[in-house]
Each structure stands twice: as C-alpha cells, then as structure tokens.
Design a binder for this molecule. Structure first.
Ligand SMILES: [Zn+2]
Length: 254
C-alpha cells in the first residue's frame, strides 16, 4: 500500500503546486484566485486542460505559449515540482496523520510567501493573517498546543515588531516591512514558542550567508536587502520538519 500512497501524494503535490502558481501570479496583482481560467499573460490565450498539466505541459510546449510563443516563466514547473517534493518529504517525516495535513497546508503558505517575497518583496496579508488564525485553531487539538501557539504568536510578532521599531528610531530606516512581523506570528501560531525562536535565529543566519554569497558574487552590495520573508520561509520549513529533532539534539548536549 505504501508505494500507492507516495504516488497519490506526489500527484496531489503537483496539482496543488499548480494552484499555488495561480496564487503567486495573482495575489500580488490583487486578482481572484478562482476566476477566470488560466490564460497566457502575454496574449490572453485561455489554456486548455492539456496545456495546464503540471510540469509535463511546460516540457511539451518547450516553455512557450502555444498561441503567441511568449516564454512561460520557469517558475511554473519549479513550483509544481517543489510542492510535490515537499509533500512527499512531509509524508516521509510525519506519515499519514492529522499533523501531516496541517503541516502541508502550512508548507503551501510558505511556498507562496517565498515566491512572492522573492519577486515583489511583499508578504500579502491575505495569507499571513488567516494563517495566524488557522495555525492557532489547529493547535487547539495538535502540537504545539494552544498555549505554546499563543506564546509563539506573541513572541514571533512581538520580537520582530520591537526590532523594527528600535531600528526605525535609531537609524531612521524601515528595517522590515510589517509583512515579516505577521509572517513570523503565523510561524509561531503553527510551530509554537520554542520553534519560532529557532526559526528566527536560523533565518537570520541564513540571510547573512546568502547576503555574503551575493556580495561575493557581486550580485549585491551592502545596502541590498535580502528579502527576509524568503529566509523565514526556508527556516520555517526546516523547523516544521526537523525543528523538534534539532532542538532535542542541541539541548541534550548541556
Ligand atoms: Zn500567449
């Protein structure tokens, strides 16, 4: 039965990845994610079902629109394949249990936030704010539990808000958009107090490394802002899958 489960979850990941692409494309433009049907952003050609099959259609079309031959963003097949991989990875770690469903929903939100922050440097409220509510609601029944979830929301949102405020007063620059604050509160709602601190530390280190690499490759200078939401998304995904194991290992050394 297990191989059949994997196949099903991989296909589900591809399909939902295809939907996440719609969210990534339309949310920053404030368009509806259910209507109208997918079309080519260049010529408006409405995609037939066979041009909308995850990953395969991109390959079959050679990455170009059937009607106008405009290039289709490589983001589409990447997000689809990535979502499928992330789904299988969660299945591997959690198995089929209620927490699996919660954590793949969380991962979907993280994938969308990652892609939108990378391209537009925004983290839409329509994902982060309901995310806080859903994360807390699920924590009423599942780990980390309601108290830890609540503490995670306060710590995640509060700490970042405080840093942004202090930075604003000291340097007169807006170090972070409040999108980051809401996103970290969402992470706290799903993962709880301990892991939200872990995510903040991990993402900050990750952001530092990426910044140094970009400067080394002369793709950025000191003033370039690495979108922190993308780092938070990666850190939160690691924490969701392995945070408890990593923290347990780390604390056992003392
Ligand atoms: Zn076209």
């Amino acid at each position: 039965m297990i191989p059949l489960q994997v196949v099903f979850i991989a296909l589900l990941g591809l399909l939902i990845g295809s939907f996440l692409n719609v969210c990534i494309h339309r949310l920053p433009l404030k368009q509806s994610i259910v209507f109208p049907a997918s079309r080519c952003p260049h010529c408006g050609h409405v995609l037939a079902w066979y041009d909308n099959i995850p990953v395969l259609s991109y390959g079959a079309l050679g990455g170009r629109c059937r009607a106008c031959a405009a290039a289709i963003s490589i983001r589409y097949p990447i997000v689809e394949a990535l979502t499928s991989a992330v789904f299988m990875w969660h299945w591997w770690v959690f198995g089929l249990q209620p927490l699996f469903a919660v954590r793949i929903a969380f991962a979907c939100a993280l994938i969308v936030l990652f892609a939108i922050d990378l391209e537009y440097q925004i983290l839409p409220d329509v994902i982060t704010l309901p995310g806080i509510v859903v994360g807390f609601a699920c924590s009423l029944f599942l780990p980390p539990g309601p108290l830890m979830s609540l503490a995670g929301i306060v710590a995640g949102g509060g700490v970042l808000w405080l840093i942004a405020e202090v930075w604003l007063r000291l340097r007169k620059v807006d170090a972070m958009g409040f999108g980051d604050v809401k996103m970290l509160a969402m992470v706290g709602a799903f993962l709880g107090l301990k892991l939200v601190i872990f995510v903040f530390v991990l993402s900050t280190i990750l952001g530092g490394i990426v910044g140094v690499v970009l400067i080394g490759a002369r793709r950025a200078d000191m003033a370039t802002r690495v979108p922190f939401g993308t780092m938070l998304a990666v850190g939160a995904l690691v924490a969701s899958l392995y945070g408890d194991a990593i923290l347990g290992w780390y604390l056992s050394r003392f």
